[in-house]
Design a protein around this ligand. Structure first.
Ligand code: IPM
Ligand code: MG
Length: 353
């Protein structure tokens, strides 16, 4: 297979983890005889600095011409505490999602047995937790009508029936491949947009009688995720709720540096870690590359390269078993491995598999 990948490394730890993701992708493609090309492109603060735009047209064109985008992270402290900044790195990510039509964000929350002790939750609650959050990604408050005045501001949480329907179908497709249990998360007791979600969900559910559907308010879902994460199989929710719940989900697993995601829709799909740019760690070679590497596995799965993806996942499991881990998940007394050393170990594992 021939694959062309747009590589958007972005800011902070982005370039460091990106390098390892690319190396792993290259290694697995060489192993299986696939021809892969990588085209780097600017985004985020790096793009603002270079050309004044966090998602420049050249980057869009590179993404559109690629088969997939391997994205890392955007965000820079220079903008975080400046609400008056005329342009922000995160706008680059949002522009990419919108312009590529990536309405479905797939965020698996999977625990690794050997890291369960890193979770703030009790061992027995976490062990075996395995669910997927399907987050709507191009609607809701992120993109609705806004007013940003000095004395008054609002964001509109607008959704259309069509937007709700198409994400529900994605969620049901996942549920069918898994334990056939879908939880629709909303705030239908308060929000009009959520009542549309629930109405449409109840209709769409009729088409999937083989899947058990339940409906849960988002506040309750946030609680349930902590009390009983194993309750969930697939959850589907709107953009903002999904943003919040997936950070909570990543915390359950013990490290944010472990969770990948896929964003799909009408244009080139994007594969990226769910964590941010961790600017404090930039350049220190300490960031965990596994979320990026697992994003490569999701990319391979997207193209039905199941054996290739399985090899990447085996490499990750083996690295954890062998305590080849970045500092935040390393065992006491374990050797020091940086971002690059973990990446190299994975490449070596793949080459010798
Ligand atoms: C995420 C991030 C983004 C979001 C930010 C960086 C704009 O938090 O992908 O979850 O809010 O969607
Ligand atoms: Mg987020």
């Amino acid at each position: 297979m021939k694959l062309s990948i747009a590589v958007l490394a972005g800011d902070g730890i982005g370039p460091e983890i990106s390098r390892e993701g690319v190396a792993v992708m290259q290694a697995v493609c060489s192993k299986f005889g696939h021809e892969v090309t990588f085209t780097p492109a600017l985004c985020g603060a790096a793009a603002i600095d270079a050309v004044g735009n966090p998602f420049p047209p050249e980057t869009l064109a590179i993404c559109q011409q690629a088969d997939a985008v391997l994205f890392s992270a955007v965000g820079d402290p220079r903008f975080d505490n400046n609400p008056n900044a005329p342009v922000r790195p995160e706008q680059g990510l949002l522009a990419m999602r919108k312009q590529l039509g990536l309405f479905a964000n797939i965020r698996p929350v999977q625990t690794f047995d050997c890291l369960v002790h890193k979770s703030p939750l009790k061992d027995e609650l976490v062990r075996g937790a395995d669910f997927v959050c399907i987050r709507e990604l191009t609607g809701g408050m992120y993109f609705g009508e806004k007013l940003e005045g000095d004395d008054r501001a609002y964001d509109t949480n607008a959704y259309t029936r069509e937007e709700v329907e198409r994400i529900l179908h994605v969620a049901y497709a996942y549920a069918r491949r898994r334990r056939r249990h879908l939880t629709v998360v909303d705030k239908a007791n308060v929000l009009a947009s959520s009542r549309l979600w629930r109405k449409v969900a109840q209709e769409v559910a009729q088409q999937y009688p083989d899947v058990e559907t339940d409906y849960m308010y988002v506040d309750n879902a946030a609680m349930r995720m902590i009390q009983d994460p194993k309750f969930f199989d697939v959850m589907v929710t709107e953009n903002t709720f999904g943003d919040i719940l997936t950070d909570e989900g990543s915390c359950i697993t013990g490290s944010m540096g472990l969770l990948p995601s896929a964003s799909t829709g009408t244009g080139t799909p994007v594969f990226e870690p769910i964590h941010g740019s961790w600017p404090q760690a930039a350049g220190k070679n300490i960031a965990n590359p596994l979320a990026q590497v697992l994003s490569v596995a999701m990319l391979l799965e997207h193209f039905d390269l199941a054996d290739e993806a399985a090899l990447v996942r085996h490499a990750v499991d083996a690295s954890l078993d062998e305590n080849v881990r970045t500092p935040e998940i390393q065992v006491e007394g374990g050797a020091h491995y940086g971002t690059h050393e973990v990446g190299q170990w994975l490449v070596n594992y793949i080459e010798n598999a």
